[in-house]
Design a protein around this ligand. Structure first.
Ligand code: ATP
Length: 341
């Protein structure tokens, strides 16, 4: 039996993770779930984001099912860095997969029918870039303040994420950077891109600057298969692609280290403080993340069954308000569960 560490954390995370577990159980997953008390309340009480004992247990689990982290009472980034960024960095979960697939035409904001066939994957570098927290603020709070945020890109980090993108592409890999303006980091990405691409002559390749990629994603997202990019651009573009398929409530993600097999699975959305706690949050992003976990742990058939149940519930309009239904969070979970029985 697989041991799954469950970290719902805060806000919407607390509502969507139980739905994901409900669906995994209905699908017949042979998992033992263990929930850990990692959240803003305990951080505010103890000053510790993840205790050493919890860290040991979570890092030894077969997989991590994660909700969302954040709290209006904690405006600085220390808590986020102490939970999600620490898990990504220290467990070396360097691949962040953010798929975007349109399950029902009515959820697309695009006017042209022929451009709505969205089924793409953003492969985001997850352990480097501008998110590593290097830099500082000098003369903070004065008119002379200087702020520096370092963009860290390594030969190893860039190479392995581009390799991963080629490993999963069916049609084409598009590499997205801003190498015309950010020439040092961009230069390394360009060098590694060309070197790795040369080893995969059968896969079509294309390079786009991030501004052009944003434009093309809105203009005709059906042209994309796999997009590989750095931490910041992947974060931004995946919010854009989430909107192309129906919104933040249904976008899933996986954070994985292909070498060790470790993974953390979480919806793309955050804590949704504007709607959390009212039974309004859509559990689909978390449920599809759980389906990605099942696939990662070696059961693609069960993953497909969960995805199929989600698609069927969405098409039937048995879903939450954000995607045109009238169900509560747990009723939307039930609509998926009944399709698995
Ligand atoms: P955080 O600071 O935790 O990232 P946020 O509000 O900045 O929170 P999200 O939580 O991603 O960012 O929310 C962005 C928007 O998407 C909000 O309007 C929110 O209500 C909506 N949203 C997010 N998650 C869901 C969901 N599961 N179901 C429905 N709407 C959602």
């Amino acid at each position: 039996m697989r041991h799954i560490a469950v970290l719902p954390c805060d806000g919407a995370g607390k509502e969507v993770v139980p739905e994901a577990i409900k669906v995994l159980r209905a699908a017949g997953a042979d998992f033992e779930f263990e929930e850990f008390d990692v959240n803003a309340d305990s951080y505010l009480r103890t000053g510790v984001a993840i205790s050493d004992e919890v860290w040991r247990q979570v890092s030894e689990a077969d997989s991590i099912l994660f909700g969302a982290v954040g709290d209006p009472r904690l405006p600085d980034a220390k808590y986020l860095a102490g939970v999600l960024l620490r898990l990504r960095f220290e467990l070396d979960l360097y691949v962040n997969l953010r798929p975007a697939k349109l399950y029902d035409d009515r959820l697309s904001p695009l006017r042209r029918e022929d451009r709505r066939r969205v089924d793409l994957m953003i492969v985001r570098e997850n352990t480097e870039g501008l998110y590593v927290g290097m830099g500082g603020r000098f003369k903070q709070g004065t008119d002379d303040e200087v702020a520096i945020q370092e963009d860290v890109n390594t030969h190893l980090g860039v190479t392995r994420i581009i390799e991963h993108a080629f490993g999963i592409a069916q049609r084409e890999v598009v590499m997205v950077d801003k190498s015309n303006a950010m020439t040092f980091a961009g230069g390394l990405w360009q060098d590694r891109w060309k070197a790795v691409a040369a080893g995969h002559p059968k896969v079509k390749t294309r390079h786009l600057y991030v501004d052009a990629a944003s434009m093309q994603l809105v203009k005709d997202p059906s042209q994309f298969d796999v997009i590989v990019t750095g931490n910041l651009f992947g974060d931004i573009l995946s919010d854009l692609t989430a909107e192309l398929i129906g919104g933040m409530g249904i976008a899933p993600s996986a954070n994985i280290d292909p070498a060790s097999g470790r993974g953390l699975f979480e919806p793309v959305h955050g804590t949704a403080p504007d709607i959390a706690g009212k039974g309004l949050v859509n559990p689909v992003g978390a449920i599809l993340s759980a389906s990605m976990m099942v696939k990662h742990l070696g059961d693609p058939h069960m993953a497909d069954a969960i995805e199929g149940a989600v698609e069927s519930a969405i098409r039937a309009g048995e879903c939450t308000r954000d995607i045109g239904g009238a169900l509560s969070t747990s009723q939307a979970g039930d609509a998926i569960v009944k399709r698995l029985r």
